[in-house]
Design a protein around this ligand. Structure first.
Ligand SMILES: [Zn+2]
Length: 381
């Protein structure tokens, strides 16, 4: 698989203090190191190689016990979003999760679909999950994750009232679909980005004895391989405590929390995946900004681009975008700069670029990422 690297917001701008020169301006505001009740967190801009592993739909034996064994062997702390009904079935496992120092979050009692529920049903399912977890483990959860990631009516208000922040995710093992263990591991290891909140499942909704042997087998391998890459693993709130600055903060409040492109050189004609972690303030409605992403020669000539809209998702993964970008066959060989910015949604043309703050170099209302993409001759090494 293609090794990846992250371009994030922690590089110190050498020109800080000389505003105007090469467009280096004020740094973006640091990411808040805590989350308020009702607030959704799905990715955290961080300086270090840290990741939060999260497990949904447990407890469910034997998978939860096997995963706990693996976490213990590797001395890793994770976050478990427990379903109240499953907590009542496996109270010992729920207490073991707590006793071994993992964070327990609430994943409702019934695992209901919030897009097919009323606000009062949603509030009730959240409250029932909370009560079951507290009764069995003594833990008063401070974090909540909605089933299927669906942000249903009144969910954020209910979490605010019940004192829980909301965890989305930025990386999904897709283990709810039966995949071979190697595929699960590869998928995670090849995409891991510092600041990721990674979604895995130790149960399957409220199904009794759900088969999660593949996830249980994948966990020790994921831990091993990511540790070799230098990652360490933390709970969701600990990930927030290590937060740094976003890559860029635009004057309209939109932030680019992180960006991931391949480290490996590519020949012309080859495609590569990019992940963008956007953050859009509430209240934007349907009028979303458009991003321009330019891959330029060092002289600033645009060789190819990946312009895109920032979509409005109705779930708690807002707004992780994954794009396949193709290096054109006629693209000259060499190093490419990556430069991106935003258009005013009302005026999506070149003259209406939204001013940006970033610790990185800037040019024409856009941020230039310090790392580069290499385009080389020949087949992929
Ligand atoms: Zn679930």
């Amino acid at each position: 698989m293609v090794p990846m690297r992250l371009f994030a917001a922690w590089a110190v701008c050498l020109l800080l203090g000389w505003p105007g020169l090469l467009g280096c301006q004020r740094q973006p505001t640091s990411f808040k190191p805590t989350a308020d009740p009702g607030e959704i967190i799905y990715f955290v801009p961080v300086r270090e190689k840290v990741i939060a592993l999260t497990f949904d739909d447990g407890p469910n034996e034997p998978a939860t016990g096997q995963i706990l064994d693996a976490l213990k062997r590797q001395q890793v702390k994770a976050t478990f979003f427990l379903i109240g009904a499953n907590v009542e079935r496996y109270p010992e496992t729920a207490r073991r999760i707590k006793a071994e120092g993992h964070l327990i979050g609430n994943h409702t009692f019934r695992h209901s679909r919030f897009d097919q529920s009323t606000a009062s049903d949603i509030s009730q399912d959240i409250a029932d999950g909370y009560r079951a977890i507290e009764t069995v483990t003594g833990v008063k959860p401070l974090w909540f994750r909605p089933p299927y990631g669906i942000n249903g009516p009144g969910m954020q208000e209910a979490c605010r009232a019940q004192g829980m922040a909301i965890a989305g995710w930025s990386a999904d093992a897709n283990d709810w679909n039966p995949h071979p263990v190697e595929e699960l591991v590869d998928r995670i290891v090849s995409q891991a980005t510092p600041g990721d909140i990674l979604l895995l499942h130790d149960g399957w909704e409220t199904n009794l004895g759900a088969d999660r042997r593949n996830t249980a087998a994948a966990v020790p391998l994921i831990l091993e391989k990511l540790k070799v890459q230098g990652f360490r693993f933390v709970t969701v709130p600990d990930l927030l405590r290590t937060a740094g600055r976003p890559v860029a903060e635009f004057k309209n409040g939109v932030r680019l929390l992180g960006l991931q492109i391949p480290a490996q050189p590519l020949p012309p004609g080859e495609g590569f995946w990019v992940r963008y972690f956007w953050d859009v303030p509430p209240g934007w409605g349907n009028l979303m900004p458009a991003a321009f992403v330019h891959y330029t020669s060092p002289d600033g000539t645009i060789r190819f681009q990946d312009d895109h809209k920032i979509p409005r998702l109705c779930d708690v993964r807002d707004r992780v975008l994954k794009h396949l970008v193709i290096v054109p066959r006629q693209a000259p060989l060499g190093r490419y700069q990556v430069r991106f910015g935003l258009f005013d949604p009302q005026n999506p043309d070149l003259r209406h670029r939204v001013p940006v703050r970033s610790a990185f170099r800037q040019q024409q209302g856009a941020v230039i990422i310090p790392d580069m993409l290499d385009v080389i001759q020949g087949p992929k090494p």
